[in-house]
Design a protein around this ligand. Structure first.
Ligand SMILES: [Zn+2]
Ligand SMILES: [Zn+2]
Length: 182
């Protein structure tokens, strides 16, 4: 008879990187291991204020054993939005170089640039940002997914549940939620 599977046993050892937003406006970076479920504190690198990774020991831990992110590792809020971390400078310079080369390459360089931009987009790590405290998470597992920025959620978080008529928070937050329609 085999032992029952412990749901908190880490199956991934890939560390996540968390940039904790401090009220002073500065971000302090730290690493979190999959399956870490104890809140810990560290000082803000800028003002020294105590920052707490309290999401780690929430009822549903922020980071599961395979590195999946269920809520903000810092404040525990379950709504996050994701974006690709493509530095805009790179994308723009690829297009500029392609445009310069275009007359000599029968404009094939423009096609190549589009493909390169597309490939870069998918190679770049995605960043999950907390709607409430704006802390950023990188290097998390593929599941669950979080959709892109939704201004309705941002408004509700900022002004309270009554800001957006009849749109309460989705149960479980944004984990595996569909992309916003607008
Ligand atoms: Zn600070
Ligand atoms: Zn947060």
């Amino acid at each position: 008879m085999s032992a029952p599977q412990e749901s908190t046993t880490p199956t991934s050892t890939k560390k996540l990187s968390v940039r904790i937003a401090c009220e002073c406006g500065y971000f302090t970076q730290t690493k979190v291991l999959p399956g870490e479920t104890t809140a810990r504190t560290l000082p803000c690198e800028h003002c020294g204020a105590e920052l707490t990774l309290s999401g780690l020991e929430a009822e549903t831990p922020a980071i599961d054993g395979s590195g999946g992110i269920w809520s903000c590792a810092v404040c525990g809020h379950p709504e996050l939005f994701t974006r690709r971390d493509l530095p805009q400078k790179i994308g723009v310079s690829v297009v500029i170089i392609a445009a310069i080369l275009a007359p000599w390459t029968n404009y094939l360089s423009l096609v190549a640039a589009a493909l390169i931009d597309c490939a870069l987009y998918f190679l770049m790590p995605s960043v999950a940002t907390c709607y409430v405290c704006l802390s950023e998470h990188r290097g998390y597992g593929p599941a669950p997914t979080h959709p892109r920025y939704d201004p309705e959620i941002a408004d509700r978080v900022r002004f309270g549940d009554k800001a957006v008529m009849g749109v309460p928070m989705r149960e479980g937050g944004t984990a595996n939620a569909p992309e916003p329609h607008h």
